[in-house]
Write a protein that binds this ligand. Structure first.
Ligand code: IMP
Ligand code: MG
Length: 178
């Protein structure tokens, strides 16, 4: 599996340090409040689990499933949100947690979807941001790292459902996805 990696971009140590810092920022921002964390499956699962353990405010934890990629490294432009929201959002402080903000299509759709349910506040937290690839004008309030414009895997991010278990984020050798 590691033979398919061209370059490690964010090491395990870099990620762990940054995730802890994000948790501390969130603890300050939401001190004395409660949070509804909504993870976007499946890519967020490792980031979410690590980040949640650095958050010390009262949290409700929920997940939504969104997909746009299928078995490809290029966004299909269409976003599937698998089920409607079956939990209360109204009046809550919501933080959507994503693995990567790329074209912005997924988070724009998800944010609008959640906003319809009238949260008290709605912010986005993404581990990685690839601003060069943006097709819709969306920014996350919390970003782990700005990522170079390359297809990356690891720490939850996949290619064809593989590589999610790598503890670092790295680029794939082009021959793997071409
Ligand atoms: P967007 O809708 O283009 O912003 O894409 C967001 C989704 O695409 C993410 O939640 C990821 O699942 C996937 N994605 C975007 N870029 C990458 C990448 O470099 N590696 C793996 N998945 C990616
Ligand atoms: Mg994803």
């Amino acid at each position: 599996m590691k033979n398919d990696i061209k370059e490690i971009i964010f090491t395990e140590e870099m990620i762990q340090k940054r995730v802890k810092e994000l948790g501390e920022e969130l603890n300050k921002e939401y001190a004395g409040k409660s949070l509804l964390l909504i993870g976007v499956l499946k890519g967020c699962f490792i980031f979410f689990a690590d980040l949640a353990r650095h958050i010390d405010v009262d949290c409700e934890i929920r997940f939504l499933t969104a997909s746009s990629y299928g078995f490809s490294s290029v966004s299909s432009g269409k976003v599937n949100i698998e089920k409607d929201i079956d939990f209360d959002v109204e009046g809550k402080n919501v933080l959507i947690i994503e693995d990567i903000l790329d074209s912005g299509i997924t988070l724009t759709a998800l944010r609008a979807f959640v906003a319809k349910h009238k949260p008290a506040s709605l912010k986005l937290c993404t581990l990685l941001d690839k601003p060069d690839r943006r097709q819709l004008p969306i920014t996350a309030e919390y970003t782990g790292f700005v990522c170079p414009n390359e297809f990356v895997v690891g720490y939850g991010l996949d290619y064809g459902e593989r590589y999610r278990n790598l503890p670092f984020v790295g680029s794939l050798k082009p021959e793997i996805y071409s």
